[in-house]
Design a protein. Structure first.
Length: 224
């Protein structure tokens, strides 16, 4: 089973409450889930800390997500608890500050990862905030057994890509049509949020607004 696991929390430090900030009339985290719904998977899970559960619970049903809560700081263990509960074999990892994920790039990466039997896969040189990570569940379970470093456990995947001698990695540059490392699409600051509002308004009437080339075209248009 392949599951999209979206990690999110309510108490962002740099932009408090950003997960619930409005983006074209709906909370930002819901827009992230909408984008993720365009990536093929067997299951979709929002994995949050216990103190965010009540805020997110009313939103997940609208997008067809399950919700699961686990440790706040040990996000690796939160993922592994979800893996065990739902018998997940492969994970598409996403984060709650990226409403402009390239759904077509994520789907392509997941196909490549499975074909290569990769423990960990990601495209490099995508716009910041446009990508996902595709990971074997067994690799995350192993990581949890082998690392106690807070950084590894908070950020989920560093133990994998920092140990190429232990894991099969697939980290190619993004194809040319998605290769825009100079573009920033994540929402981490007030300025990011204001840009996200403008970009989402430019995209909201486009039926293919979750495709990378469409997002890039709209971004370039409003930047000019």
């Amino acid at each position: 089973m392949t599951a999209i696991i979206l990690q999110a929390r309510i108490d962002s430090t740099r932009l408090p409450g950003k997960a619930l900030l409005p983006l074209a009339g709906k909370p930002l985290i819901l827009r992230v889930m909408e984008a993720l719904n365009h990536i093929p998977s067997d299951l979709r899970i929002l994995a949050c800390p216990e103190d965010s559960f009540d805020c997110f619970s009313p939103l997940v049903e609208e997008c067809g997500f399950e919700i699961f809560s686990g440790p706040k700081e040990d996000v690796l263990e939160r993922f592994n608890m979800a893996i065990r509960k739902f018998s997940v074999k492969r994970v598409i990892r996403a984060t709650g500050d990226n409403p402009f994920i390239f759904a077509d790039a994520a789907a392509a990466l997941n196909i490549e990862a499975q074909a290569a039997s990769a423990d960990y896969a990601s495209y490099t040189e995508l716009p910041y905030g446009a990508g996902v990570e595709c990971v074997a569940a067994s690799a995350l379970l192993r990581a949890a057994d082998e690392t106690a470093l807070p950084f590894d456990r908070e950020h989920v995947c560093p133990y994998l890509y920092n140990h190429p001698e232990l894991f099969n990695l697939h980290r190619p540059p993004a194809p040319s049509y998605w290769f825009y490392p100079d573009i920033r699409l994540t929402v981490d600051t007030q300025e990011d949020y204001e840009n996200a509002v403008r970009l989402y308004n430019a995209l909201k009437d486009k039926p293919d607004r979750h495709q990378g080339s469409v997002i890039i075209e709209a971004y370039r248009a409003f930047q000019n």
